[in-house]
Design a protein around this ligand. Sequence first.
Ligand SMILES: [Zn+2]
Length: 496
Amino acid sequence: MLLNQHLVEAFVSQAIVYGDYEADDAIYIQNQLLRMLNAKGIDTSSASPLSQDVTANDIAQHWIAQAIEAQCIDDALYMKEIVEAQILDLITPRPSTLNRKFKDAYQQSPQAATDYFYDIAKRNHYVKEDAIANNINYEVATEYGDIEITINLSNPEKDAKQIAAAKAAPATDYPMCALCLENEGFKGSVTQAARTNHRVVRLNLGDQTWGFQYSPYAYFPEHSIVLSEQHTSMQINKQTFINLLDFIEQFPHYFIGSNADIPLVGGSILSHNHYQSGKHIFPMDNAAEIERFRIKAFPDIQASTLNWPMSVIRLKGKDREILINAATHVMNTWNAYSDDAVHIKAYSDEGERHHTVTPIARYRADNYELDIVLRDNQTSDTYPDGIFHPHKDVQHIKKENIGLIEVMGTAILPGRLKDELQQVKAYLLGKRDIDLGQHQTWADEMAQVHEFDQHNVDEIVDKAVGDKFKRVLEDAGVFKNTEQGQQAFKRFIDSL
Ligand SMILES: [Zn+2]
């Protein structure tokens, strides 16, 4: 296999503009490309197979397809990703350069710094905009305001060969996990993501070093991860509020939040302490305040409950120290709070902790805001998956843990739903011989209350998915939006 000279020249010029290279590095870069692609030399006789304004990523994709065709690299997803990350590393500044330029840009503004970093992450295909564009997104109006639905179709499917190879691969503990800083520049393997082109900005939060990186398969604009330098488990405590507000003070144009630190009510990774941030207004941000109150010991902090399916206390203030102490007080009170009347229990009989919070921080209208979402991870005989977890009758839409992003009103739903909902729609339009499996009861219920035709089926089913997600969030709420639930919420607030 030979690499087209015009493409090599186009790629090299981008490596010089965007990477850490100069004109004298051209031959060196060319030889790196030959090595990565197992190519034999340069084709100087053919015209360019791609258009003039081609990006480095376009060229990389072209070469990878060519190399697979020529059997120079294995036709396996993980191998393509490793080669892609290595090639696009050449147009990416070294970590030290990137960190220095990020700091320089920050002198101009926090947004200039994040724009600088985000542009690099998109350009070197670490953030996979093309894959993210496959997601299905829409909004549904509810009594809590508009909620957001995303059917996640961005993650590439692993083929059977790769799944088998991953099973056979020996266990490894380097990097310790997918969030560890040791992933920066890591080659990857059949079980570990290709990260040669991955970069992490170092931040100081709570007098400790934290990493800041973008998420390859973003769920919202500039979806980023803030991670502990150490591989230590998720923890929600006073230090969390300090770190979140340190971040917001440095990047007031972003929100930041954390998943919970106990099983069932948080995200999928409990083993490495991390937060999620980004530039997005979530449905919960816009939730109306329903009851304003003051916490006795913190008269300067405005507190309120929200018109929201989950139980949230919003705290606002100008003084960070006081806000952190008020949030810590709410969290500590909740972590020790039980109310038999509404099945809320802080500790199991064996002393295991059931309570934690999902915290979210933002800066708005000259105030720091902390939303503290109350969580309880008990199970029972009636609800073996979790009392405050999606119940059986809504699990056909969502059965996973309700983490930070869902809490804020953005449903990330499994990709399987794309085809399954098409089946549901076909059924509702009269193809009654389809077996809808777990969606059958739901479809039959809809068929009873609506007359379906080609024009209304999408709208009605999309809305019904939104209503199911609303129920998912209501299931996860500890104080229900009923008279009994709201009285119980009031008792908790009075205890503050
Ligand atoms: Zn880790």
